[in-house]
Design a protein around this ligand. Sequence first.
Ligand code: PLP
Length: 449
Amino acid sequence: MKKTYVAPNIERNSAGNMNKYGAKSVVRHQDQIEGVAINDLVSKFGSPLIVLSESQMRKRYRRLQDVMQMHYPKVEQAWSYKTNYLGAVCSIFHQEGARAEVVSGMEYQMARRLGIAGKDIIFNGPGKRPDELKAAILDNALIHIDHLDELYLLEKLAKELDSRPNVAIRVNMDTGISPQWSRFGFNYENGEAMRAIQRLLAGKAMNLKGLHTHIGTFILDANAYYWAARSLLDLATKIEAEHGIVLEYIDLGGGFASQNTLHAQYTPGEFASPSFDQYAAAIGAAFNESHFVSQYLPLLILETGRAMVDEAGYLISSVLGKKNLPTGERAVILDAGVNTTITAWWYKLKVTPTRSFPGAYQNTVFYGPLCMNIDVMRYALPFPDLHTGDKVLITPVGAYNNTQWMQFIEYRPRIVLITETGKVELLREREELEDVISRELIPEHLRKI
Ligand SMILES: *Cc1c(COP(=O)(O)O)cnc(C)c1O
């Protein structure tokens, strides 16, 4: 076989040294995902390709369920659609027993399409429209109220439809983390949440079933959940004492960090992010010291998104070309950029070669294919000399990418699932021109050029 050309360069070769975390500073190659060869995946489905792992998703769901139950037995999960709303992904979590957690009318329709009954849908979000709320009321969904105008609207709709909506109040509070998410729901510390609850109960139009919070995302301080749970349990205690109403559930939202590494973080995510055990211990501590809990055993709901699915997602991308930058760094142009993988803006994604390479490593920047200066998949990383057509594996990318991806100048790639038995199933076709323009109209006077 003809040897591949390796560009000459002079650089101290530190290959094999350990970094301070005991991890090799030099990337090892990975040529398969769960036993399925990356070359086979690309020859069958093309590049770029998003690959999801069914067993990772199920494993993480069961792990969180088990770990939380060790601290508090009455726990259920709701799948956060916006984290990844591919029908197959949602169905995996629904098969595991998750409710649907949706934050828009579109997501609500997605859950209904998958056959989820209204009573198993939690309808969150700040922008629910009247017709969407009507459908949710008629379906008996759990509607989490974000602001007073929504509360008034729900009262009006309840009267119109002659029914009593099942609702919860969304609460925001100081949990010691910054920035504090204060734009969603009603504030705890300044008494706004309690006033909203009093107003809701005075209206006598709805069933107050629970309290909800979602304190933020990628929360690196597990103890924030202790304070969040405590605030909601305090409110529940007050509601019982002042109004004689016993709430059925406390919903602590999502926000657990995945194993990704934020750009600002020095410590790699697999060391910096709290484990499920640490989050569960913090929540369990608040629950187990609450008198309300020991008396009424409310249902605890978790809406974990990112930490459930991020590690289940891989992106295979191919090298289109490379160049040398004036900085002395090498640049590689990949066939997938922030259009498919927007989380590259927040995380130092892991880039792994898919075959072994001879030669020295050089600092390499990974760009996507977009005509956009900010289309950077990964800032400089010591990397072997890639060649056009070489493939790299970018991980973890399972959360928020195929919901926030952009159309900008490219078609979206295929998505496949590696099933628990090692089968590869196509979940989403690669887009074509027709997918992009099918909703467009060209006025008569512009049809002749
Ligand atoms: C986005 C969202 C979630 C999931 O958040 P993660 O940070 O992905 O765990 C859960 N609940 C609500 C209300 C959300 O908006």
